[in-house]
Design a protein around this ligand. Structure first.
Ligand code: SF4
Ligand code: SF4
Length: 148
């Protein structure tokens, strides 16, 4: 993998999060034209004691090689799942090491964060930001923010 490759990932500032999950609702709009959030959102805000944690794809792209039909590809700054190509086998959902390939009962194809920034724009508190980082730094940034 090209070590200079950069990806856009979400960075979370838990001290600014009020837990209202406007980000999840915005993400549901992107993927399902719905504002339900929850299992229709690629980003999840999880209660963590008195604070919150963010859980979302880190665009690392380990799932790319797992898909038997080549439906997952790297598109510059993000990892993209092509719904037209996907056959709904769920291999990527089971494989994802951080559990960030999402599945909703609303459709057979999984879905994931595409770094569109809708959640960032929806947060009234500025608790989310999209940052471009070198792919080698992804693990550190995201896992640190997850508290791992
Ligand atoms: S569910 Fe779709 S994208 Fe995921 S591995 Fe199977 S065919 Fe590929
Ligand atoms: S960047 Fe877009 S796809 Fe990713 S979690 Fe936010 S709204 Fe969803």
């Amino acid at each position: 993998m090209d070590k200079n490759l950069t990806v856009k990932i979400l960075r979370f500032h838990p001290e600014k999060c009020d837990g209202r999950r406007d980000c999840e609702k915005a993400c549901s709009q992107v993927h399902f034209k719905s504002d339900e959030g929850g299992d229709k959102s690629a980003i999840r805000i999880i209660k963590d004691g008195k604070s919150y944690k963010m859980h979302v794809c880190n665009q690392r792209g380990l799932c790319i090689d797992v898909c038997p039909v080549g439906a997952i590809t790297r598109r510059k700054i993000t990892v993209w799942l092509d719904e037209e190509t996907c056959i709904g086998c769920q291999s990527c959902v089971g494989f994802c090491p951080i559990g960030a390939m999402r599945k909703s009962d609303a459709r057979v194809e999984p879905f994931k964060c595409i770094s569109c920034g809708a959640c960032v724009r929806a947060c009234p508190n500025g608790a989310l930001e999209l940052v471009e980082v070198k792919i080698d730094d992804v693990k550190e940034v995201v896992y640190h923010k997850l508290g791992k």
